[in-house]
Design a protein around this ligand. Structure first.
Ligand SMILES: [Fe+2]
Length: 475
């Protein structure tokens, strides 16, 4: 891992005679946008102490969020082959008050959001999949290939678009298991739930985006406590770090596998509502399931947040109302609807499964791009899980089966998809409830354009062929 290795080399320099003045390594710094738009600066450093943050020219202390340590091994039903998580960097944090206009750490300027955010990049599902199957075999993406694992290229292209905010719809960490000895595509890759895998999957390839814009993040199922949750809590969760929310002890999972939703104001009456669906089931939950209570409580909290703005976009990992494709054991492809567990939890509160005022849902989890909108008051649904992780093997259908509903009553009106192609989505605000959306490939080239008006999404192209490179005409 490049950053960790650099730390190690400089640690040697620091004690070597004649090299006492070697420059310390630049820390990895970024800005998270938290509850009510709070700006939270974080930095990862090889030093035990935190650097200062400079706010409008005045140095201020950062505090230690999480010390460098080896966290306990978390055995997982997903992953019997694992090891304790080594985190070799100190995680520091400091709030950046809303009045502050310039902030920097170790001479590097931090990106701060404007009061009115009109240019947003959406990415999702960005890590390199290294997943053993306990029964043998597994899925091993060629992490050593920039073509097979292109998150770094996507991040550089997305940064070049100059977003004011980056939304990540979850699933950052994928290097769960060791690369098989005979697999050159991923040979030598770091793995496990420790800091080296987090650096390789997120902080190193995502570096251009971390420098370009603040981050509004939701947690994916790969960041649940029994998987990459320890890293999520240290690095990316916006709530205070604590033992109970460290994901170190399975006894606390009933708390730490969930988070309070929060709102990110965009200005002009719009906001994002960030929802942690990381532990959502794929199917219906039995009565008494703790998840049902958590997600019901989350709906009530989101309803209160939604009341604060006329226009809200719900951001979560699991698509609530998407159209999916599933191949059965016999290879037959079926078209399926959105997440049944979340629909079960939210349905009793609202016939459209979202609080009043929520017009769009941004999700990931499925490794493709998709836009679906509906007859009636249902929110439009985007899926943007196409930014680095191996693409879905089962492509979406070219056309929606007549009368297909992705949830009870959610009759599909418009549908557009790009099933096999890496990239990112850009959103440019065009009015109080209007957006221009572009679907871009890994070089930033437009492969589809959509307009959003309220909850309606209309795209130029209904079915973008795999790896389409030709952009539709500008409008
Ligand atoms: Fe996922």
């Amino acid at each position: 891992m490049r950053i960790v290795k650099r730390f190690a080399v400089l640690a040697v320099f620091a004690v070597a005679p004649g090299l006492a003045h070697a420059a310390p390594p630049a820390p990895v710094s970024y800005v998270l946008v938290g509850p009510d738009g709070a700006r939270l600066a974080r930095t990862l450093t090889a030093a035990p102490d935190c650097p200062a943050i400079v706010l409008d020219g005045r140095p201020a202390p950062m505090t230690v969020r999480a010390v460098a340590r080896t966290s306990p091994l978390r055995k997982s039903v997903f992953n019997p082959e694992t090891k304790p998580s080594v985190f070799s960097e100190t995680v520091c944090e400091a709030p950046v008050p809303a009045s502050v206009r310039r902030a920097s750490i170790a001479g590097a300027r931090l990106p701060l959001p404007p009061a009115r955010i009109t240019r947003i990049v959406v990415i999702g599902d960005t890590g390199c999949r290294l997943k053993a199957n306990p029964a043998g075999g597994g899925e091993f993406q060629a992490c050593n290939s920039k073509d097979a694992y292109p998150f770094a290229r996507v991040a550089a292209s997305a940064a070049a678009w100059k977003p004011q905010l980056v939304v990540h719809v979850g699933d950052y960490h994928y290097r769960e298991n060791a690369c098989p000895a005979d697999n050159a595509g991923c040979a030598g890759s770091v793995w496990g739930y420790g800091g080296d895998a987090w650096m390789a999957d997120f902080f190193e390839p995502g570096a251009p985006l971390l420098r370009a814009a603040p981050l509004a993040l939701v947690r994916g199922n790969h960041e649940s406590c029994s998987r990459g949750g320890q890293g999520w809590m240290r690095y990316l969760d916006v709530a205070p770090f604590s033992a109970a929310r460290s994901c170190d002890d399975p006894a606390n999972d009933a708390v730490a596998d969930y988070s309070d939703p929060f709102a990110v104001p965009l200005g002009g009456g719009a906001q994002l509502i960030m929802f942690d669906s990381s532990n959502a089931p794929a199917g219906v939950m039995p009565a008494g399931d703790i998840r049902l209570k958590h997600y019901s409580d989350n709906f009530v909290a989101m309803r209160a947040l939604a009341a604060h703005a006329p226009y809200s976009i719900l951001v979560d990992h699991h698509p609530l109302l998407n159209l999916g494709a599933y191949a059965g054991p016999d290879g037959k492809v079926s078209v399926v609807g959105g997440n049944a567990g979340l629909q079960q939890a939210f349905g009793p509160f609202s016939p459209t499964f979202v609080p009043s005022g929520v017009k769009l849902v941004l999700s990931g989890h499925v490794h493709l791009w998709e836009a679906t909108s509906f007859n009636g008051a249902f929110p439009g649904q985007f899926v943007a899980g196409f930014s680095g992780t191996q693409e879905e093997a089962v492509p979406l259908p070219r056309a929606v089966p007549p009368g297909f509903m992705t949830a009870p009553g959610a009759l599909v009106d418009t549908f557009s998809s790009w099933s096999v192609g890496f990239g990112f989505m850009t959103m440019t605000r065009a009015g109080p409830d209007r957006w221009r959306v572009e679907v871009r490939d890994l070089d930033g080239k437009v492969v589809n354009r959509c307009r959003v008006a309220g909850s309606e999404i209309s795209c130029r192209i209904g079915y973008v062929p795999p790896y389409a490179a030709k952009a539709p005409a500008d409008d």
